[in-house]
Write a protein that binds this ligand. Structure first.
Ligand code: PXL
Length: 277
């Protein structure tokens, strides 16, 4: 296997098993050199903790980017997640345009919402700013809530094949790339991912494990990105990441005190096996 270098751009939530503290170990476990551009530093994530600190790193981005340009540092892939400001989106577009090797893949997780609501830090202006970033991506990884905000349609609480097809149609006018839509279950006790590639929709179903855990979106996106950069087979990467995410949830649900994230570390050997046999 050749050795790839990825740049991931998302926040450091110091505690909470999300964003960079999840992306770095998972991408490293996938055998990919992982560079980071932190969008912000928070004491914890914002989903369930109160009184968290937040340091926006927008102002640091141009100098970091310019240093990399001077050094001639280039990336095989980019993966963006939770961002600190709308201005960062312009810097990321510049990074996409200037720091990629030929054919570098651009993966955007528009991490901004879940369960029908935007996260506390975001508003409609952020959603509007996220659309042009999604337009530049080769692959976007929204959950149903994010997809509905991006497409500017009401939240779909109980998706069915028809509503998901309509959602993909609406999204395809915003982004020309491929779409992996998470949290799509058509039957009781099941969830899954719907994968849109050039007008073709495929669905991968797996068990829904109560209760829904925090941080699974970042675990999913990181594992998807790792699997896809290793082998650019969209459906296969979507499936590998879904199976890994289920293993992470299974490793967590029995511990009622562990509400803030998933114990993905316990499932890393499974991911290694799925990728390397
Ligand atoms: O993508 C999840 C996430 C990442 N980072 C921060 C968050 C969340 C979800 O709430 O608050 C800071």
């Amino acid at each position: 296997m050749d050795y790839k270098r990825i740049l991931t751009i998302q926040d450091i939530s110091c505690v909470g098993q999300c964003s960079l503290t999840v992306a770095l170990p998972i991408l490293s476990a996938c055998g990919i050199e992982t560079a980071i551009l932190p969008s912000a530093v928070l004491s914890t994530h914002t989903a369930g903790f109160s009184g968290y600190t937040f340091r926006d790193l927008t102002e640091d981005m141009p100098a970091i980017m310019n240093h990399w340009k001077k050094e001639g540092i280039l990336f095989d892939a980019f993966y963006t997640g939770y961002l600190g400001s709308t201005q960062q989106i312009d810097y990321i577009k510049e990074i996409f345009g200037s720091l990629g090797k030929p054919g570098a893949v651009k993966i955007v997780d528009p991490a901004m919402a879940d369960n029908g609501n935007l996260y506390p830090a975001f508003d409609r202006d952020f959603v509007a700013a996220m659309r042009p970033l999604c337009a530049e991506a080769d692959i976007i990884l929204p959950n149903i809530t994010e997809a509905c905000f991006l497409a500017d349609v009401p939240y779909i609480e109980k998706p069915d094949e028809e509503s998901v097809e309509a959602l993909f149609r609406a999204l395809s006018s915003i982004c020309s790339g491929k779409i992996v839509l998470t949290g799509v279950g058509y039957r009781e006790g099941k969830t899954g991912v719907a994968v849109y590639d050039n007008g073709i929709i495929r669905h991968y179903e797996h068990d829904w494990i109560e209760p829904g855990c925090h941080g699974t979106g970042d675990v999913y996106a990181s594992a998807f990105t790792g699997a896809y950069v290793r082998n650019p087979d969209l459906f296969n990467a979507a499936k590998t990441a879904a199976d890994f995410t289920v293993k992470c949830i299974e490793a967590t649900v029995d511990d009622k005190n562990h509400w803030y994230g998933v114990k993905f570390e316990k499932a890393l050997p499974y991911l290694d096996k799925a990728l390397n046999g």
